[in-house]
Design a protein around this ligand. Sequence first.
Ligand code: UD1
Ligand code: CA
Length: 455
Amino acid sequence: MSLQVVILAAGKGTRMKSNKPKVLHEIAGKPMIEYVIDTARKLDPSNITIVYGFGGDQIRKRIQGTDLSFVCQEEQLGTAHAVKQALPAIDSSDNVLVLYGDTPLVSAETLRNVMDVNSGNGLTVLTADVENPFGLGRIIRSDDGKFLRIAEQKDASPEELEIREINTGICYGSAGIFKNFIEQIGCNNKQNEFYLVDIFSIALHNGVEISTYKTSKDTDMFGINDHRQQADLERLFQKRQAEKLMEQGVTIIDPSRFDLRGTLTCGTDVVIDINVVFEGNVKLGNNVRIGAGCVIRHCEIGDNSVISPYSVLESSKMGKSNTIGPFAHLRPDCETADEVHVGNFVEVKKSVISHGTKAGHLTYIGDSQVGSNVNFGAGTITCNYDGANKHKTVIGDDVFIGSDTQLVAPVEIGKGATIGAGSTITKRVGEKELVITRVPQRHIAGWIRPQKNNK
Ligand code: UD1
Ligand code: CA
């Protein structure tokens, strides 16, 4: 007897009003169905079957894994019809756990509880009490509290609509039971759909035991049908992530303006100001401060570094005691040593910058290898692209570059060299040389500017 997980993901998600299948819409930068798959994996199932349909190509392209099987539901005739597509490949002696691709945050712990409640020869439904049950199936019970059936929003009577206990959609039981009764489900309801929820009342009438497990975790039951629910769950998820980081000692100035789309690892005494977005894998050392409005993707930032507001840092590694920004842009593949300063409106790409080097303002450093204690004047540009190929700039230690200088790559500046402001460097500069290429200043006394013509 092994566990088979079936994830329903064929629906269009009409209420999303999108060409993308609903389950590919994202929570914290990740398609919602991926959360369900990750949770299913924690249960160690023998197989995970994804029932897909609408936008099938997009699903097959985006969702991959050697442990996943895919079954196509050509026409979306309802949740029972969807499960029916998966059953032929499942052995009757196996157990089936049905998950919904649009209920991304159900926890493995809750799913284990659902499976524990099951006696082995019945079906179990995961339910929850909610404040606003609108749109969800209501759990109808007898006076003595026994499960009777589920009434969908569109089919329920006014009294039934008052019920707050809802069906999360998630259910569990022997594949044999699912196979026995799924054929008996009809579509005589307001939506003319084959409702999976009808299997429970049919099985009950045939003497099968129906048990329920009620969860009190708000994230377990959070299904997404429209963009408002998507945004609500996004916020809830972000709040939980922020809370976890704060418990670990991180100062988050306002957890309601915090976004993590990936994983964030922090040292001690990290401070994160408002509206920062972290993406992918980000690692912050001790005493790192991140200013307001920064976007930081796949980066590692060393101890005591300060990232000032509105900086965008991508796939780069920064050393200790760096000062970056405000308004700095580190594009992928940069590496800075300790005590480097990258100031406002400075863009760095695919470059290595050594200890103590400073680029304070309005500079572009691309495809460069920069020594230690170099000073870039404002408006320095490495001209790394000739229109066809990228070339490298190599700058030695202790070089001083005057403002408004172009370094036309490939080019090398020797250690300790000085470049006069306004120079265009096209040839190698030797160690400790001073090079100036600007036109000498001329003085013309008593110069009369051109006058407007009097008509
Ligand atoms: C369903 C339940 C409802 C429950 C709610 C919880 C039924 C009839 N209703 O309603 O009791 O309270 O979920 O969120 O089961 N899908 C398919 N093929 C289909 C139809 C749907 O794969 O033909 C998939 C969808 O992609 C989605 C899931 O099944 O992942 C649920 O479908 P949806 O249409 O959102 O059902 P609800 O109306 O929310
Ligand atoms: Ca739904």
